[in-house]
Design a protein around this ligand. Structure first.
Ligand SMILES: NC(=O)C1=CN([C@@H]2O[C@H](COP(=O)(O)OP(=O)(O)OC[C@H]3O[C@@H](n4cnc5c(N)ncnc54)[C@H](OP(=O)(O)O)[C@@H]3O)[C@@H](O)[C@H]2O)C=CC1
Ligand SMILES: O=C(CO)COP(=O)(O)O
Length: 328
């Protein structure tokens, strides 16, 4: 029997629902928590999360719960809320979770203001839990439907990460394990900002060549940033780095790409709509890069456009006019 029989999923949006289904398919008992009682009642009644991920039935092993304590009492907890509220929700979980229980960050972003990575925000808010990170190329809809997907689960305790990866894995959801927590969380945060840039390129009809150049030079930025923060090379070229960058820069199924597409077409950042984490993370990423003197011109351009300091045209011109340099 696995040490991780019961899995709590905190956050019943698209990704939380997909991960709940994946864990249930792996044979786990899953408690899926949503903050709104009506939302929970609706999921129970329909066996579907119409609000979070419409069109995909909940697996029978997924039990929607109203009390945060019911999810927090599980053997491992997946934290699947937007990056900017992870610290707050981890603080709410703190008194409800047993010591050393894994609390797995499934969000992709960096906290604005504090410039904290997600596992650091979790560790600060709930020092007794074991922070981990799950990331990789995985659209919620694909995972929820049981299409083949591979991601990475990283924890400082490699044995615990390996055991939890085994408990969550199935014939359609494959988890690699790692101890490079920082590297895995950097890939997910940076690729969202770069996906916005790719969407802008598509929205401005700049062509497939420009799109490929952006992905390659974007990866150079992601890898430079990762190296400056101690990420391992294999992580940067792995699922959570290059893998997720390829996925999210390839088309509008990515919400970050779709956000950039609308920005490129209209010159204005779309208001409301689906969560595009890169729009929140861009300024934090660029500030952290500046602190360590890491050059990230594409990410800086996205940040400047979002802040209204640069037009899309101005950003493209500035990127193309950068001094000639050796490729690195
Ligand atoms: N969707 C995807 O394909 C993937 C997403 N991710 C990452 O997962 C994270 C979540 O994304 P996703 O699930 O898609 O986003 P959604 O917008 O679909 O869902 C977010 C969920 O978080 C809940 N929530 C928001 N604020 C709070 C809060 N203060 N307290 C408690 N719950 C809250 C929302 O509740 P309510 O509905 O009540 O507003 C909602 O259920 C993001 O960081 C994203 O980058 C990672 C991989 C794939
Ligand atoms: O992270 C994701 C896929 O790995 C989802 O990307 P979006 O948030 O851009 O849709």
């Amino acid at each position: 029997m696995s040490a991780f029989e019961h899995i709590g999923v905190v956050g019943a949006g698209a990704w939380g629902t997909a991960l709940a289904n994946a864990a249930a398919r792996a044979g786990r008992n899953v408690r899926l928590w949503a903050r709104n009682a009506d939302h929970v009642a609706d999921m129970v009644a329909r066996h579907e999360n119409v609000r979070g991920l419409p069109g995909v039935p909940l697996e029978p092993g997924v039990i929607p719960v109203e009390q945060l304590a019911d999810a927090a009492a599980c053997d491992a907890v997946l934290l699947v809320v937007p990056a900017q509220v992870c610290r707050k929700v981890a603080g709410e979980l703190k008194p409800l979770m047993a010591h050393r229980t894994p609390l797995v960050s499934c969000a992709k972003g960096i906290e604005r203001g504090t410039l904290a990575f997600m596992t650091d925000a979790i560790a600060a808010a709930a020092p007794e839990v074991t922070p981990m990170v799950l990331s990789g190329p995985s659209f919620a809809d694909d995972v929820a439907r049981g299409l083949p997907t591979a991601v990475t689960l990283a924890g400082a305790d490699g044995g615990m990460a390996e055991d939890l990866a085994a408990a969550l894995g199935s014939s359609t959801f494959r988890l690699y394990h790692s101890t490079d927590v920082r590297g895995v969380e950097i890939g997910g945060a940076a690729k969202n900002v770069l996906a916005i840039a790719s969407g802008i390129v598509a929205g401005r009809r700049l062509g497939a060549s420009a799109g490929a150049a952006l992905t390659a030079r974007g990866f150079a930025e992601l890898a430079r940033f990762g190296r400056a923060f101690g990420a391992l090379p294999d992580t940067l070229t792995g699922l959570s780095g290059l893998g997720d960058l390829i996925l999210t820069t390839s088309g509008p199924q990515s919400r970050n790409f779709a956000f950039g597409l609308a920005l490129g077409e209209t010159g204005k950042a779309p208001a409301g709509g689906k969560l595009a984490e890169g729009a929140f993370t861009a300024s934090a990423l660029v500030a952290m890069a500046a602190e360590r003197e890491v050059e990230m011109p594409i990410c800086a351009a996205v940040d400047a456009v979002l802040a209204g300091k640069l037009s899309v045209e101005g950003a493209i011109e500035a990127l193309m006019a950068r001094p000639q340099r050796a490729e690195a």
